[in-house]
Design a protein around this ligand. Structure first.
Ligand SMILES: Cc1cc2nc3c(=O)[nH]c(=O)nc-3n(C[C@H](O)[C@H](O)[C@H](O)COP(=O)(O)O)c2cc1C
Length: 241
């Protein structure tokens, strides 16, 4: 599609359809099973079209009322990554990875975004223009009393996780991070006072073999069927009634 004809609110017209190394994209099951949090990255750069594609795919994540409160800063400059590393408990991977994304969200920013988002949705047939004022009242009532940090983190992590999955499918390695000083990140990167720094995401190529799979709690310990206390069993017919 001609980029000029594309509306800026459209889905991305073109995305890479192969891994960075030219191999077919990893299917979803392999993507999810092979992903490991990478400890050390090489300095091999990630092509910009792949960084853009990962960001574009992240932005396709769902959000309450489609309000998309997530925001990101892509840090690639070596000096800036060093500054970020300092604010991130000196984690070496922040300085090593060619791309580090700061995921954040700004409290109350949804208030100034909501109208244009609803108008855009209605224009596309995903909503009724006449009902926008009513919908805005519903959102104001709902979010007005909702703990902001919880709401911002909830949504930003969905887009963030989508980026992790997209990067892995493109054959890249990632490291999600919560080890940072939010006040320092805000100061170093000129974030507004109302910003909530949610997580950091390093993207690149592992410099060392993946650490071993650390194991996961099984379904029986993490999932219930129908009600609390009734563990999910993979086999039909074995569950308690
Ligand atoms: C939100 C989040 C924050 C994390 N923060 C850090 C971090 O600051 N430093 C770090 O080395 N690993 C961090 N990790 C990586 C986890 O330790 C890792 O995902 C976990 O041990 C499971 O390993 P796996 O991802 O390879 O399966 C974080 C993971 C997530 C999802």
């Amino acid at each position: 599609m001609n980029a000029v004809l594309q509306d800026k609110y459209d889905q991305p017209a073109e995305l890479p359809q192969v891994q960075v190394n030219g191999k077919p994209l990893k299917p979803i099951t392999r993507t999810l099973l092979e992903r490991r949090a990478t400890s050390h990255f090489s300095d091999k750069p990630v092509p910009r079209e792949y960084v853009t594609a990962i960001l574009e795919l992240g932005l396709q994540a769902p959000s309450g009322y489609n309000l998309q409160p997530w925001r990101f800063i892509v840090v690639q400059d070596a000096e800036n990554r060093k500054r970020l590393q300092k604010a991130a408990m000196d984690q070496a991977k922040v300085g090593e990875a060619p791309v580090v994304i700061i995921a954040y969200a700004v409290k109350d920013a949804w208030k100034s975004q909501m109208h244009k988002i609803f108008v855009e949705g209605a224009k596309r047939g995903a909503g009724d223009e006449e009902k926008i004022p009513e919908q805005e009242k519903t959102v104001n009532d709902f979010l007005g009393n909702f703990p902001a940090a919880t709401w911002l983190n909830r949504h930003t992590m969905i887009a963030f996780t989508t980026m992790v999955i997209a990067a892995e499918s493109y054959g890249l390695d990632t490291a999600p991070m919560e080890g940072f000083d939010p006040a320092e990140v805000k100061e170093e990167f000129n974030l507004p006072a109302q910003a909530e720094v949610v997580a950091l995401l390093a993207i690149g190529y592992a410099a060392t073999p993946d650490k071993p799979y650390p194991g996961r709690l099984p379904l029986e310990e993490t999932v219930c069927e129908e009600r609390y206390g009734n563990p999910w069993h993979s086999e039909q017919g074995t569950q308690e009634r």
